[in-house]
Design a protein. Structure first.
Length: 147
């Protein structure tokens, strides 16, 4: 069994895939919710360390400036890639998360794709096409959880 981090830009489908993984019976933590993120887009390091120390099999989703501090505790770091225009369309139309609706947030997402995405892609152990059907993405994440 394995610990998996599902990461990517806002609107990539991380929460959707994570929810599908949870429906298959795996423990999940979506760091966008529940106070996992501290000011400055940083994960609460003591809390994340405790979580990963307590669970041999877990799917975690999110993107934070300090996520690289935890890569050695994940067997798989999966980058969910989606083209910029699709990201922007998704964040504008989603109802479960308010982020991405303002012009400033849209500009931030565009900047993150240009500056942050290349860094995450280089350090991921696997990249998945976020345009694939959710079932296919969930199958692949589940394979990683079982490896």
């Amino acid at each position: 069994m394995a610990r998996v981090l599902l990461t990517g830009m806002s609107g990539a489908g991380k929460s959707t895939v994570l929810d599908a993984v949870a429906r298959r019976g795996y423990m999940k933590v979506d760091t966008d919710y529940g106070g996992w993120e501290m000011p400055g887009a940083l994960w609460d390091e003591p809390r994340m360390s405790a979580l990963l120390g307590e669970h041999d099999t877990i799917a975690v989703s999110g993107t934070a400036q300090n996520q690289g501090h935890f890569y050695d505790r994940f067997e798989h770091v999966i980058y969910l890639h989606v083209p910029l225009q699709v990201l922007l369309d998704r964040v504008r139309s989603r109802t479960n998360n308010p982020y991405g609706k303002t012009a400033d947030q849209t500009a931030d997402i565009t900047t993150y794709v240009a500056e942050i995405e290349p860094l995450i892609r280089r350090t991921a152990t696997l990249e998945l096409d976020g345009l694939l059907p959710v079932r296919d993405l969930t199958d692949r994440v589940e394979q990683c959880l079982c490896s």
